[in-house]
Write a protein that binds this ligand. Structure first.
Ligand SMILES: [Zn+2]
Length: 509
């Protein structure tokens, strides 16, 4: 076997988290590997680990287009091709005796289940009846099923999987430079009142009608011309008619554009990818077919497909976050209000899998949010993170809203969904993200001989919740902000103890 690629710290944490989950009795762990986390590398190590223990492993992918790609990626990542087979009639790599079997959900639905010791479900947020029947079959309860996904938020996923492992986050990957930074603009506010919700997202037909308005379509092209910097661009449209209208509008101003949908062949798609890389095509318009499985160098994204689905939203934006030489950031032109509705993709996060029960609705997008929403700069239409009061693009300073009251010496805004407090050190620490904060606390706990419980309690002080679902095996060197906050916290505590002692002494003096 050739050498496996070395792992980055969060990838090691992912494998350790899985191992820990299986060792503590879980049989259906789900690993969250965001875009840019190197899911294939992690998967290759899972496969290699099973092979080293002489175990058979079935690797399931959601579509036929991903079979050859998975095979190739595993080969590139050090798995001996002689040990891999594909479950599919007439496939050149059909080798039923190979210990690694790659299969699609569709072929599994038609054939017998392979005899295997471990099952990996790739893109596990996509629900297939065949997986559900297999995973809930009493005869298969002892066999581990490992789910992999960037977006483990699908309804009812917690009914199939019993553990969520989150070794890293989008925010952390951006901070570490594994993913690109991004800037968001909200040039349009389409009227979506009255559009029905079907299965958690907007009714596609109604949405298509609302979005396919000449004014909106013209503004997409106009905005791209002023803000897009001629960058290689992916545009997500709402339905074919809308995509066609956008495509034609670009053509009318001589911007070379292409169109991709489910009927586009793999060869055509590859050609378009090359043209985009060469600058012969500037904008590729699609209707949600390019959410996974492409690794094009995309530097601008046009979001013209409003969605209520956090998974779809994060997948779409993820297409623009790949790093590339000379790429400082990605520009996102959001014509769908999705950022103002769901927040920044770096804020979309859950500590637990969905248990399928109805949630208490708090607004149009349904579920309770842990993060306040970003705001739109009235001067330049940039979308600015909630905790920041100055526009990062033009320097516009957000004025406090008209109803401001002073309580406990703090200014609180009214009228927003959640009153935003002034930025404190604790807020800044919270903004580093849950994985990063917990990892740093674990590091300090180890360094000072304190317990995991201390780390959990301190985490709770910051976020108000316990670090459920976070790996206990990833420790990060704390940054200066964290160190100074912990120091001031220790000093506060020591002072309070001293005061307590003094008052006790007073009493008994
Ligand atoms: Zn601005």
């Amino acid at each position: 076997m050739t050498q496996l690629r070395p792992l980055r710290p969060h990838q090691t944490a992912a494998l350790d988290g899985l191992k820990h989950s299986l060792m503590t009795g879980h049989r259906r762990p789900l690993l969250q590997a965001p875009t840019g986390a190197g899911k294939t590398v992690i998967a290759a190590h899972i496969v290699a680990g099973a092979l080293a223990k002489h175990k058979r492993i079935a690797f399931c992918v959601p579509s036929i287009g991903l079979v050859d790609q998975t095979f190739e990626r595993f080969r590139e990542n050090g798995i001996d091709p002689a040990l891999m087979g594909v479950i599919q009639a007439d496939h050149p790599w059909k080798r039923s005796n190979a210990p690694v079997q790659i299969a699609t959900a569709q072929t599994l639905a038609r054939r017998d289940r392979p005899q295997t010791d471990v099952v990996v479900i790739d893109e596990a947020h996509i629900r297939f009846g065949v997986y559900e029947a297999w995973m809930t079959d009493p005869e298969w309860q002892a066999v581990p099923f490992i789910g992999l996904t960037a977006t483990p938020w699908a309804k009812g996923l917690g009914l199939l999987f019993d553990d969520l492992i989150k070794p890293t986050s989008l925010k952390e990957l951006i901070d570490l430079g594994h993913l690109s930074k991004f800037r968001v603009f909200a040039p349009d506010h389409p009227d979506l009142t009255g559009v029905k919700t079907v299965a958690g997202d907007y009714h596609e037909g109604q949405l298509g009608e609302r979005m396919n308005k000449p004014v909106l379509v013209a503004n997409i092209v106009e905005t791209w011309l002023t803000r897009g910097e001629g960058r290689p661009t992916l545009c997500f449209a709402t339905g074919r008619a809308h995509a066609k209208a956008i495509h034609e509008e670009f053509a009318s101003v001589h911007v070379p554009a292409a169109y991709v949908d489910a009927d586009t062949t793999r060869e055509e798609r590859e050609t378009i990818g090359k043209q985009l890389a060469a600058g012969e095509v500037k904008v590729v318009v699609n209707i949600g077919t390019l959410t996974t499985g492409i690794d094009w160098d995309v530097r601008c994204l046009i979001l013209a497909r409003p969605t209520k689905s956090e998974s779809l939203f994060v997948q779409i934006v993820g297409r623009a976050l790949r790093t590339a030489p000379g790429k400082a950031d990605a520009i996102i032109l959001d014509h769908s209000d999705t950022h103002l509705r769901l927040g920044m993709v770096t804020d979309v996060d859950r500590d637990e899998l969905d248990d399928g029960k109805p949630k208490k609705a708090t607004g149009s997008d349904g579920e309770e949010r842990s993060e306040p929403l970003p705001w739109e700069c009235k001067d330049c239409h940039a979308v600015v993170p909630a905790r920041v009061n100055t526009c990062c693009e033009c320097g516009f300073v957000r004025k406090p809203r008209s109803h401001v009251e002073s309580r406990d010496g703090e200014l609180r805004e009214l009228g927003t969904r959640k009153a935003s407090k002034p930025v404190t050190v604790q807020d800044q620490i919270a903004a580093m993200g849950k994985t990063a904060v917990y990892g740093q606390l674990l590091f300090v706990a180890d360094e000072r001989g304190r317990s995991e419980g201390w780390a959990a309690h301190t985490y709770r002080e910051i976020f108000g919740t316990w670090p459920r679902g976070l790996s206990k095996h990833t420790a990060f060197e704390p940054n200066p902000l964290m160190r100074s906050w912990l120091r001031s916290r220790d000093i506060r505590w020591a002072k309070s103890q001293k005061a307590k002692r003094a008052s006790t002494e007073d009493t008994y003096a």
